[in-house]
Design a protein around this ligand. Structure first.
Ligand SMILES: [Zn+2]
Ligand SMILES: [Zn+2]
Length: 68
């Protein structure tokens, strides 16, 4: 059971198992849980997903607004 931050050089312990990156499946301390902070190898993918989610949300809001 790994309970140390997976970021190289970081010796912070992980208190809960809640913080992990769903892309690289590694656990990080609260300082390194963000893809930007642990220099996630899947960062590009995450950004694209975030962008897709955002445009989906905007699309939905647009639909709602049109219905009203
Ligand atoms: Zn860390
Ligand atoms: Zn990651």
């Amino acid at each position: 059971m790994v309970n140390r931050c997976a970021f190289s050089g970081c010796k912070n312990k992980i208190l809960s198992v809640g913080i992990n990156c769903h892309k690289c499946k590694l656990y990080f301390c609260s300082n390194h849980r963000l893809p930007e902070e642990h220099i996630c190898p899947h960062m590009q993918e995450i950004k694209e997903e975030a962008y897709a989610n955002l445009s989906n949300t905007l699309q939905q809001q647009k639909c709602v607004a049109t219905k009203i």
